[in-house]
Write a protein that binds this ligand. Structure first.
Ligand code: ADP
Length: 391
């Protein structure tokens, strides 16, 4: 309640009725009442709409349901829209019980039948209406905060469940990817040990080579896992240096072609637009482009073509890597950026499923975006957009 007195907005066109109510309020001993009387709904709306914010100078509205500018229940929603926190008590004529009850059903706190009102009835109705409205309001607030808490808790539980599922997938993938090379090492070492004298030199070399590549693949796996762990704990930093982007890309292409020489795939490189004088994190770029180029070659048949486009725009640089390889099924494309996810059509092509997860983390650390377009049997295009940062 505002101040110590109860402030009432009375909307009543009948002066005699208004005066009578005023008289009753004057007789009240227990409380002081201040009454603002208006004869039309329009006037009341003017007063209420001039009140700023949630503050209202009134504690309650007394509303006659037969006004010159508004008849019946229509006044109710108009008023409660404008002043949702104010309790409303309607004034009805004798023999209009149905209307009075409907008014309460539609949100009025109480009704008073004119001619039957006396001081006690009026005071009790005002007090109860105000208290009921306040109780309702606090219930509504409690309900709202309960709802918010339930939503927050549900989101937490879903996250925890996803994390648990992710952890168990992670562990089973990791153990699978470590067990395979370990088995190879065990097998090759066993063959070398038991047939030491009988094995021809090339066979021996072959077994040693198997051991070396198994160890290499395990150590690569560990590097990739620890890289993802680093990114997840926010330790991936973007250290910008001035870089000749075109020369950097050419160098990377040479390295990739060299390491995948057996596939005999040529990478066609084009560069366009303004590319000078921008700052880049060489380490992140190497992960992004190196992984995408290696994948483009790895998932393409020998002798096919890979296109690498570099486009400098006003505020961004676009890197587009396009291949004519096996493609990725539509419904699996978005999952591939999560660790260990591999598409169902990889066949015997080996991989850990960590490369694209690393690419995505690096793109994000560089403030950019990555997207994929692909069709099975036709090829895949990855597009990376990074902001052009100038000194
Ligand atoms: P990996 O190649 O080690 O399996 P990545 O995380 O680099 O892991 O890629 C995830 C998956 O995305 C791959 O297993 C493959 O199914 C799919 N993929 C990525 N790049 C290509 C590509 N250029 N063409 C077809 N499939 C691709």
């Amino acid at each position: 309640m505002v101040g110590s007195s109860v402030k009432i907005l009375l909307i009543e066109d009948n002066l005699a009725e208004a005066r009578l109510l005023q008289e009753f309020l004057k007789q009240a001993q227990s409380k002081e009442f201040t009454l603002v009387h208006v004869k039309r709904l329009g006037e009341a709306l003017d007063i209420l709409s001039n009140c700023t914010g949630t503050y209202s100078p009134f504690d309650i509205i007394l509303l006659d349901l037969t006004l010159p500018d508004s008849q019946g229940l229509i006044s109710l929603p108009i008023l409660s829209n404008l002043a949702p926190n104010l309790p409303i008590v309607v004034l009805t004529n004798t023999n209009d019980d149905a209307l009075a009850i409907e008014a309460v059903r539609q949100g009025a706190q109480d009704y008073l039948v004119k001619r039957q009102v006396n001081v006690e009835v009026l005071l009790r109705s005002l007090r109860y209406a105000i208290e009921r409205k306040q109780a309702l309001e606090s219930l509504r607030k409690d309900n709202k905060s309960l709802e918010i808490r339930v939503q927050e808790r549900t989101a937490e539980l879903i996250k925890a469940k996803e994390l648990n599922q992710f952890k168990s997938e992670f562990v089973s993938m990791l153990s699978h990817d470590i067990r395979n090379p370990l088995n190879t090492i065990l097998l090759a070492a066993g063959l070398l040990q038991s047939n030491d004298d009988k094995l021809p030199k090339e066979k021996k070399l072959n077994h040693y080579q198997l051991i070396r590549s198994a160890v290499k693949s395990m150590s690569q796996l560990l590097d990739e896992v620890s890289f993802i762990g680093k990114a997840d704990t926010g330790k991936l930093q973007c250290e910008l240096v001035l870089l000749d982007l075109k020369a950097f890309c050419r160098q990377l292409i040479q390295e990739t072609e060299l390491s995948t020489a057996q596939k005999q795939i040529t990478i066609f490189f084009t560069a366009s637009g303004e590319l000078e004088e921008a700052l880049w994190d060489e380490h992140l770029l190497r992960h992004i482009l190196g992984n995408l180029l290696t994948n483009a070659i790895k998932y393409s048949p020998a002798d096919s073509k890979v296109y690498f486009e570099l486009m400098g725009q006003e505020k961004t640089v676009i890197f587009r890597i396009k291949d004519q390889g096996i493609g990725i099924p539509q419904n699996e494309q978005q999952h591939l950026f999560q660790p260990f996810h591999r598409a169902s059509n990889v066949g015997t092509i080996s991989g850990t499923g960590l490369g694209l997860a690393i690419v995505k983390k690096c793109v994000e650390a560089h403030g950019g975006e990555i997207s994929v377009e692909s069709e099975v049997g036709m090829g895949t295009t990855f597009t990376v957009t990074l902001p052009m940062i100038k000194d």
